[in-house]
Design a protein around this ligand. Structure first.
Ligand SMILES: [Zn+2]
Length: 399
């Protein structure tokens, strides 16, 4: 099953950390097709934006720029232009992903989201040059597209083919807009990544470079939000609303992008075996539930226990499962009747990266504790708290 990274918040002791969440894409979006080995998917939020774009083009932009046609014509123009716009966004993302794959940073999936596309980067680039190449590839694609559509609209006569000419001119314009938007020098937008790469190359300090680029991103976001409100108060409601929305988007992206980098850096090179607890308390699959509640849950206060059968691990018993069963049944019920069978998804290996483990835990909010198996043998157990403790320690040291 293909897994992808999604951004997710995880709240710890009043602090919010952003962690990559490895969830199943099918749960949130639709898989479309593959290009150059990269799976293209669309998030459900994309449909909202698509309708908004198609509507604002057919009811606003085209009737204003090219008056004199029927609403039906504008409707078709709006749909076609919105589809082509998203094709352009996709090409921009494919340029990033293709470059990234060429440099050995695997990108398997691109998801089209509310504000364009997100190519799922699983790792931070190892050096400033790679970062720069990956970041610059997308704006290069947008510039090429703007140029091509601009040329096409110059070639196609506005008198003979006015509708086609209008669509081509719009696509040239929107690719320039995409180019400018993405070149905003705030991390994690492309411009911010380029800035980060330049700072990183000059100083050799990735953490500082990330911090500076994110701060510029936040500053720019604030500027957009303020000018947006100013526009709204001076009568330009639609333009102002767009500024505010984009500002909020950039602000959130800068914030979560920065935190993700901090987490990735703190967990770099840390393996599950470095953080797991050894000497795991297990329960026997033939024990009855009231024994387990009294001798294990009350005694150790863990929220789940690995279940053993003839000294190998067969499942996981969670407090939630036990809670769901009537108290009077506890004497009769055995652990194996209520335990969750272990699938490879529920276990980790000692050699797994702590970052991947955290991502898995955030995606599967059920157990909170993952048994660690080495060739089928239980060697330890790891919880989200084990990883968070290290994160807090390391980020505390940096402050
Ligand atoms: Zn980009």
């Amino acid at each position: 099953m293909r897994r992808t990274y999604h951004s997710d918040r995880l709240k710890v002791a009043g602090k919010r950390y952003e962690a990559d969440k490895r969830g199943n894409t099918m749960a949130r979006g639709i898989k479309l097709f593959k290009v150059l080995g990269i799976q293209i998917s669309i998030d459900y939020t994309w449909f909202i934006v698509f309708v908004l774009f198609a509507w604002s083009l057919s009811a606003g932009y085209f009737p204003f720029r090219n008056p004199g046609y029927t609403p039906g014509t504008y409707f078709v123009m709006g749909i076609i232009s919105a589809l082509l716009l998203f094709a352009c966004v996709l090409i921009h993302e494919i340029f990033h992903s293709y470059t990234s794959n060429r440099l050995g940073l695997e990108i398997k999936e691109i998801t089209l989201f509310i504000f364009g596309g997100v190519a799922e980067l699983t790792k931070e680039p190892d050096d400033a040059a790679s970062e720069f190449k990956i970041a610059v590839a997308g704006p290069v694609a947008s510039a090429i597209l703007a140029l091509l559509f601009g040329l096409a609209s110059a070639v196609v006569s506005a008198e003979a083919y006015p509708i086609l000419n209008a669509i081509l001119a719009y696509l040239a314009l929107i690719n320039v807009v995409l180019l400018i938007f993405n070149m905003i020098p705030g991390f994690p937008l492309d411009g911010g990544r380029i800035l980060r790469a330049a700072w990183w190359a000059r100083t050799g300090d990735l953490d500082r470079a990330t911090k500076v680029a994110s701060m510029i991103g936040k500053g720019f976001a604030l500027f957009l939000i303020l000018t947006g409100f100013l526009q709204i108060f001076t009568g330009n409601f639609t333009g102002g609303l767009w500024s505010v929305l984009i500002g909020v988007f950039v602000q959130q992206a800068a914030d979560s992008g920065y935190k993700q980098v901090v987490i990735k850096r703190a967990l770099e090179g840390v393996k599950v075996k470095d953080l797991m607890s050894r000497g795991v308390v297990t329960v026997d699959e033939n024990a009855n539930l009231s024994e387990v509640v009294n001798n294990y849950f009350f005694r150790y206060h863990f929220i789940s226990f690995p279940v053993t059968s003839n000294s190998h691990v067969s499942g996981l018993l969670t407090l939630n499962k036990v809670r769901g069963i009537d108290r009077h049944e506890w004497e009769k019920m055995r652990v194996k009747d209520v335990m969750k069978e272990l699938s490879p998804e529920d276990t980790l290996s000692p050699e797994d990266d702590a970052m991947d483990a955290l991502a898995r835990m955030t995606a599967e909010q059920n157990s909170g504790r993952f048994p660690v198996l080495d060739k089928g043998v239980l060697v330890g157990i790891i919880s989200r708290r084990d990883i968070i403790k290290l994160l807090e320690f390391k980020t505390g040291l940096q402050r």
